[in-house]
Design a protein around this ligand. Structure first.
Ligand code: ADP
Ligand code: YYY
Length: 214
């Protein structure tokens, strides 16, 4: 079974997807980690992340694997390197390059073949797995998402800057020529603004149990 989850930054996709994966014993895939990993690896090589064809070359040079939800290169977990200022600054633009999207999508489909999986991102319900057994769209007001992100790293940027970046990121994510964030037909729409993580998880689990006839 494929459970596909899309939604904007800070809405709770990773948190809930991991909870569902653990509860149902499904594999967990975070597609944003692929875009982050390629951005990181390219910058690490001292190359220009705005030269998108060259980022694709870098991507093709490395083999990414996923170990218990963590992205690895040559077997080494690089998760800690994926949320730096540099990666945050460039990843939205890098991820808008259609050939790179196609490259990432092929890998997501290959990894997910014949297994039970929860996959989250921006275009999972629309492009990568439009026929997923369960499609979910999580939403929340930008102010709520900024507050959640700010609380994750109170030592980092102030709330106003976090909110500004969330709004900018939303704009890029929603206006991408390919793979833009949108609510897929037939998706379970959940506004998480005033729900606890447990309540969101319950809604998704209930949909999975219904599908399984449990
Ligand atoms: N329903 C919720 N209520 C309160 N906080 C939440 C909720 N869902 C997620 N969070 C918190 O919001 C932050 C961002 O969640 P995350 O799962 O990283 O979002 P995303 O993967 O969509 O970017 C995390 O600190 C998480 O614990
Ligand atoms: N399927 C996906 C997943 C992520 N992206 C983009 C969206 C973001 O700008 C980056 C990083 O995604 P990620 O989910 O890690 O971002 P956030 O944690 O929500 O800030 O990649 C995408 O275009 N398509």
């Amino acid at each position: 079974m494929v459970v596909a989850i899309d939604g904007p930054a800070g809405v709770g996709k990773s948190t809930i997807a991991k909870m569902i994966a653990q509860e149902c014993n499904f594999y967990y895939l975070n597609s944003g980690s692929f875009y982050r990993a390629y951005t990181y690896l390219h910058v690490q090589e001292g190359k220009d992340p705005m030269d998108f064809p060259s980022v694709l070359q870098t991507a093709k040079h490395y083999v990414l694997t996923v170990d218990e939800g963590h992205i690895c290169v040559d077997g080494k977990n690089i998760e800690d390197q994926l949320h730096t200022r540099d990666v945050d600054r460039y990843v939205a633009k890098v991820s808008a390059y259609p050939p790179l999207r196609e490259f990432v999508n092929e890998q997501l489909r290959r990894i997910s073949k014949d297994i039970d999986v929860v996959v989250e991102g921006r275009d999972i319900t629309t492009v990568v797995f439009p026929d997923a057994e369960l499609k979910c769209y999580f939403d929340a007001k930008p102010e709520v998402r900024a507050e959640r992100r700010y609380k994750q790293h109170p030592e980092g940027q102030d709330y106003e800057s976090v909110l500004r970046e969330i709004i900018e990121r939303d704009h890029i994510d929603r206006t991408k020529p390919v793979g833009a964030l949108q609510v897929a037909q037939g998706a379970l729409y959940i506004d998480t603004s005033y729900l606890t993580m447990g309540q969101v998880c319950e809604k998704v689990l209930s949909a999975i149990f219904t599908l399984k006839g449990e």
